[in-house]
Ligand binder design. Structure first.
Ligand code: NDP
Length: 475
């Protein structure tokens, strides 16, 4: 019977414990079809609702200073009038895609794909995929070299005037619309190619549900894994450049930059940088191993993440446009928020790193990289863990000995700071943290259910050992 073990995750010769096989249970879980997100009706609602919501929020931000706009009278006539003037006459022209917006967004998408194709980086193998008879797919982790090159190229095009980065915020809503269209286009292309190539997996038989969840597990073009590329190379850099654009716009307008606008650039820099510097941890993640490449991942990465998580930056600059002065706060409040952001980042970075490096040791793919910033306590030597009958080990050291989802709590602290830095003038900068709470609670319940199935009584032992999910002694 498995028991708690405090020995390091290495064998007697100091060689990392290595799992290269998969169990019958892995195959069962991998093939099991369970309707999530409210099934076909729920996903159709999301596929229609999300793009509409994004357009409405973009209109609120760009035309109404971040405030929601409603019909003045909730009668048929009042709603018709509101729709004709606010949506058709003013709103839609503001969010329609343009040639310029297409060039900006698709130019970046193409550029990032080319870098993913050609840049150097270490080769990391993912987990054994049950549907590929246990094959471990190779991933070229060139995110870091691509990211550094992107920073250099963007600085050069901005300084030389080839493309002023401040133009991104001038074209915010049209670029968002291009991203929405691209999200649907890429989802459709990936779906059709998968059906033609016969690579579909875990299909429910309901077209809408399968389109949402995706058909293929690991679509690739050459060495580029489309799922990993879409998850790391597009959403976070685009988000970062939206914030940089707002900062540059502020500087162009006033010759000054405000602490909140700089805060958002720092916040988004930390996030995008973390995704690139820890990219080698992603191939062994749940998204790569289990989730298929459908609307949920593609649309959300291509359009949802960058164009909804950026509301704080857009709100700050639009406030300045409208009022002529930037939003500022007292020194103690500003210092508190910087501490919340940096403290949250520290736990987020080291928490992800502790678990992923622990898992990489078991998987035989452990490596050290000297990417900036290297934070203390990112790798635990001689950790304690619970050995499961399945074969996997569950880490109980470091942040993972305190709560079961330390990286979620930290991520939420950062998300909260993104809203708080704008003050309390609009809900939209808080959209991200509210949405994120819902996403993470859903993700946690989905994950706990899966782990309980996978590890059985070992999971119960783990939950006894680490009883709290987010905050010790609270929840
Ligand atoms: P997690 O990092 O929580 O991974 C969950 C998996 O980790 C489990 O299924 C299990 O996999 C394994 N695991 C769980 N507990 C342990 C343990 N104690 N020891 C070893 N392995 C364990 O998943 P996510 O992908 O959800 O999150 C990764 C990061 O991405 C987080 O920081 C999160 O905040 C962030 N994120 C951000 C989003 C955003 O939009 N900003 C959206 C989603 C995530 P196994 O089956 O292998 O045991």
């Amino acid at each position: 019977m498995a028991k708690d073990d405090t020995k390091p995750a290495v064998n007697s010769n100091g060689v990392p414990l290595f799992r290269s096989d998969f169990t019958k249970l892995d195959v069962k879980i991998d093939n099991e079809i369970v309707y999530e997100f409210g099934g076909p009706f729920g996903v159709v609602g999301m596929m229609i609702g999300f793009p509409m919501m994004m357009c409405y929020f973009a209109m609120s931000l760009t035309l109404h200073e971040g405030h929601f706009f409603f019909p003045s009278e909730f009668t048929v006539e009042g709603i018709k009038e509101w729709f004709a003037t606010e949506i058709i006459e003013k709103g839609i022209p503001a969010v329609l895609p343009t040639i310029k917006a297409t060039k900006i967004y698709m130019g970046y998408v193409l550029f990032s794909f080319i870098l993913a194709y050609i840049m150097p980086g270490p080769l990391v193998h993912g987990l054994p995929i049950p549907s590929l008879k246990g094959k471990r797919l190779p991933y070229v982790c060139n995110g870091l070299s691509a990211w550094y090159l992107t920073l250099v190229v963007s600085a050069v095009v901005h300084v030389t005037g080839i493309f002023r980065l401040s133009e991104i915020v001038d074209n915010f809503a049209p670029i968002m619309s291009v991203a929405i269209i691209w999200g649907f286009t890429m989802t459709t292309a990936v779906y059709i190619c998968s059906i033609i190539n016969g690579t579909q997996h875990r299909m429910s038989g309901n077209f809408f549900y399968d389109y949402f969840m995706g058909a293929p597990l690991n679509p690739r073009i050459g060495p580029v894994d489309l799922k990993m590329w879409a998850e790391t190379r597009v959403p976070w850099p685009v988000l970062f450049y939206i914030s940089v654009s707002c900062l540059l716009k502020q500087y162009e307008l006033t010759g000054q930059i405000s602490a909140p606008q700089a805060f958002m650039v720092l916040a988004h820099f930390l996030y995008v940088n973390a995704c690139q510097k820890g990219e080698e941890c992603i191939p062994t993640s749940w998204d790569m191993f289990y989730e298929k490449d459908g609307f949920m991942l593609i649309f959300w990465n291509m359009a949802g993440v960058p164009f909804t998580y950026c509301y704080a930056s857009i709100y700050l600059i639009n406030y300045q446009f409208a009022h002529g002065t930037p939003i500022t706060h007292s020194l103690p409040y500003t210092i508190f928020l910087f501490c919340l952001l940096l403290g949250g980042y520290y736990v987020f970075d080291t928490g992800n790193s502790q678990k992923n490096r622990f898992r990489m040791e078991q998987n035989g793919s452990f490596m050290t990289r000297n990417a900036f910033p290297q934070l203390p306590w990112g790798h635990i030597k001689n950790p304690s863990y619970i050995k499961t009958e399945h074969g996997n080990l569950l880490l109980t050291s470091g942040w993972w000995g305190i709560v079961r989802k330390p990286h979620y709590t930290a991520d939420l602290c950062m998300a909260m700071s993104w809203g708080l830095i704008t003050g309390f003038g609009s809900f939209l900068p808080y959209f991200y943290v509210c949405f994120f709470i819902v996403v993470l609670i859903h993700r946690v319940s989905r994950d706990m259910e899966r782990c309980a199935k996978k590890y059985g009584k070992d999971w119960d032992r783990y939950c006894e050992r680490v009883p709290y999910i987010f905050i010790p002694y609270v929840f």
